[in-house]
Design a protein around this ligand. Structure first.
Ligand SMILES: Cc1cc2nc3c(=O)[nH]c(=O)nc-3n(C[C@H](O)[C@H](O)[C@H](O)COP(=O)(O)OP(=O)(O)OC[C@H]3O[C@@H](n4cnc5c(N)ncnc54)[C@H](O)[C@@H]3O)c2cc1C
Length: 374
């Protein structure tokens, strides 16, 4: 961490501890954050940290985004969907948007007025994105969008959604286009259920329906239609690294909480940490956490230098999220029955960890991508 990244990490931690952590239970119960929290995060400089200042951002890099994501995990407010907003949705606009699109959307994303989502997955198309059926048909200088999406993060709150569509279904992947829908400005857009998940409760995840949604052709990302699949493939390494960031930070938090707990908890007249089994388990987990941290930091350094290849990014996503699952499970075991009680943070961490192996491309798909390079 350079000095300014470390300062941002401290500032984010203080903000999250003061403004978000005290209300986190409320958000978990409501199964959603509120808009006010997003606006406060915007005012504190936590949204679009890596977007240029000219577009309302803080002019940072992925290292700055990573510091914010790690602060979110370390503080234990993992359901705050900032990472997707700032380091997945905003970069699509920055990298593929026209000057007009950037000026129109990025400053409002930086304040939290616009909350971002990306809608790829459909009931019939998850791992195999080529199967996307949502269509965008040109009608004068508008597109008519029809289709349905599911499992969309920030889906209840988002008012700027990048929708993966087929502008030419006959061309398969080459007929895929990304179109921005500003939901406050269109008719025919409906949000379905806020989906009932086993973890990450405070993060709204939804079905979305598009029924003849009319958006200007100027909302297409990229100079021409058919670029969507390539754009998605180009951005996936950063998306995968982002999951790695959350994973390694959760590993570190789980270990810190557990080390504190086993020092306090007594059994058979001694502290649980005095059992050799506890020491050996924690020694192993700490070693793996250190390996994970070194690997993650190396991936970030390579990404900042422009050289993180998709295969290594897939390794980071798969291995770090697997590690998170393993560490959180073993840390819960060392808490005994208390680990199974929701009032202990490790219980929530256990539930929240599970999805990391599924979204952003399942870990099986990551292994396929790695295997293809062998
Ligand atoms: C909480 C949550 C948030 C999400 N957020 C978003 C979001 O914001 N935007 C969005 O677009 N999507 C989002 N998703 C969707 C997510 O990316 C998909 O669930 C994921 O890609 C898997 O797709 P699927 O659920 O259709 O599973 P399927 O593709 O049906 O996979 C089922 C099983 O088959 C395996 N499998 C599939 N193909 C292969 C293969 N070729 N070889 C070996 N095994 C295979 C998978 O690994 C999995 O184990 C989210 C999902 C969840 C749960």
């Amino acid at each position: 961490m350079s000095e300014d990244v470390a300062m941002l990490y401290d500032m984010a931690t203080k903000f999250l501890e003061a403004e978000i952590a005290p209300r986190y239970e409320e958000f978990e119960k409501a199964e959603s954050f509120d808009r006010d929290s997003w606006r406060k995060a915007g005012a504190a400089g936590l949204l679009c940290a890596s977007m240029p200042e000219a577009y309302g951002g803080s002019g940072g890099t992925f290292a700055h985004e990573s510091a914010i994501m790690e602060a979110i995990s370390h503080v234990g407010v993992d359901g705050f969907g900032i990472a997707l907003h700032s380091s997945i949705v905003a970069p699509y606009i920055l990298l593929y948007g026209s000057e007009e699109q950037k000026r129109k959307w990025l400053p409002r994303m930086a304040t939290g007025e616009l909350i971002g989502a990306i809608a790829m997955t459909e009931p019939g198309a998850g791992s195999d994105l080529q199967g996307v059926k949502t269509s965008a048909v040109k009608d004068g200088n508008h597109y008519l969008i029809n289709g349905s999406k599911t499992f969309i993060t920030n889906g209840q709150l988002a008012n700027l959604i990048i929708v993966v569509t087929k502008t030419d279904p006959s061309k398969g992947a080459k007929g895929t286009s990304l179109i921005v829908v500003e939901t406050d400005e269109v008719e025919g857009f409906e949000r379905g259920r806020n989906l009932d998940k086993i973890g990450l409760k405070s993060n709204d995840t939804s079905e979305l329906f598009f029924n003849d949604v009319r958006v200007p052709t100027a909302n297409l990302l990229g100079a021409e239609e058919g670029q969507g699949f390539v754009q998605l493939m180009q951005q996936l390494p950063q998306e995968r690294l982002q999951i790695g960031a959350t994973a390694i930070a959760a590993v570190e938090r789980a270990l810190a909480l557990t080390i504190d707990y086993v020092k306090e908890r007594k059994a058979f007249g001694k502290a649980v940490i005095d059992f050799q089994n506890t020491q050996f388990r924690l020694a192993e987990l700490k070693t793996e956490a250190t390996i994970g941290r070194v690997f993650y930091n190396d991936c970030v350094a390579r990404h900042l230098a422009g050289g993180l290849d998709p295969v290594t990014a897939s390794m980071a996503k798969y291995w770090l999220s697997d590690l998170q699952g393993k560490v959180v499970d073993e840390c819960l075991q060392l808490h005994g029955g208390y680990g199974y009680m929701n009032e202990y943070p490790i219980a929530r961490m256990y539930r929240d960890a599970r999805v990391q192996r599924i979204y952003g491309g399942t870990n099986e798909i990551m292994k396929l991508l790695i295997a293809r390079s062998l």
